[in-house]
Design a binder for this molecule. Structure first.
Ligand SMILES: N[C@@H](CCC(=O)N[C@@H](CS)C(=O)NCC(=O)O)C(=O)O
Length: 204
């Protein structure tokens, strides 16, 4: 299988962490791509986004949540993405919240780099508000030591905030979340998929 990815993408990292947790990392051939300029990606995925998974038979799968479901299905694992009941909704709900905040963080990072005339201060404030409210909600929610797709998405969100230097003081204002992340960071799946040094020039 191929995983078309960008090392800066939190969504691609989420899939890579999940692949490690599922024991599938060795089966993924990583193909680094710039989704903004590489036309090959749009041939596979009309949305031209990373991550995009290409299955051995050639089928392309887009959207990180769907990719994780496919990977879990391939190895018959039911722990990362529980199949039914409250555990499933909790995991998917947590994933959706963290992914939404990662989207806001990505847009905040990109828009902050535009000139004052080319960005909307109202939108920047809205992205910041979404991230801040998500962190507050996560601080008061019961994050467990389980590592479902929900917790993976939260860990990836926090890693992305650190990587982009967004919300610098979040550990001081959210000590429970900070302590949870430092316990989770011992996992090999997170260590093996760290974002690289920031490429500020590209701003992506
Ligand atoms: N909801 C998508 C988001 C993927 C996404 O936005 N990827 C970004 C990189 S972090 C991308 O490929 N952007 C290129 C574009 O929007 O054209 C997912 O979970 O896979």
């Amino acid at each position: 299988m191929e995983l078309w990815y960008a090392p800066t993408s939190p969504f691609a990292r989420k899939v890579r962490v999940a692949a490690h947790e599922l024991g599938l990392a060795e089966r993924l051939r990583l193909i680094e791509v710039d989704p903004w300029s590489d036309a090959r990606l749009r041939d596979l995925n009309p949305l031209a986004k990373v991550p995009t998974l290409v299955l051995d038979g050639g089928e392309a799968v887009w959207e990180s949540s769907l990719i994780v479901e496919r990977l879990a299905d391939i190895c018959g694992d039911r722990a990362l993405a529980p199949p039914a009941g409250p555990a499933r909704w909790e995991a998917l709900s947590l994933q959706a919240l963290a992914d939404g905040a990662s989207t806001a963080a990505g847009r905040l990072y990109a828009d902050e780099r535009r000139g004052p005339g080319q960005r909307s201060e109202a939108m920047l404030a809205r992205f910041r508000a979404a991230i801040d409210a998500t962190l507050r909600r996560l601080e008061t929610s019961e994050l467990t030591e389980r590592f479902t797709i929900g917790e993976i998405s939260v860990a990836v969100l926090l890693g992305y905030l650190d990587f982009r230097g967004l919300c610098g003081g979040w550990r001081e204002t959210h000590p429970g979340l900070a302590a949870w992340l430092s316990r989770m960071r011992a996992r090999e799946s997170l260590a093996a998929t760290e974002h690289p040094a920031t490429d500020v020039a590209k701003g992506r």
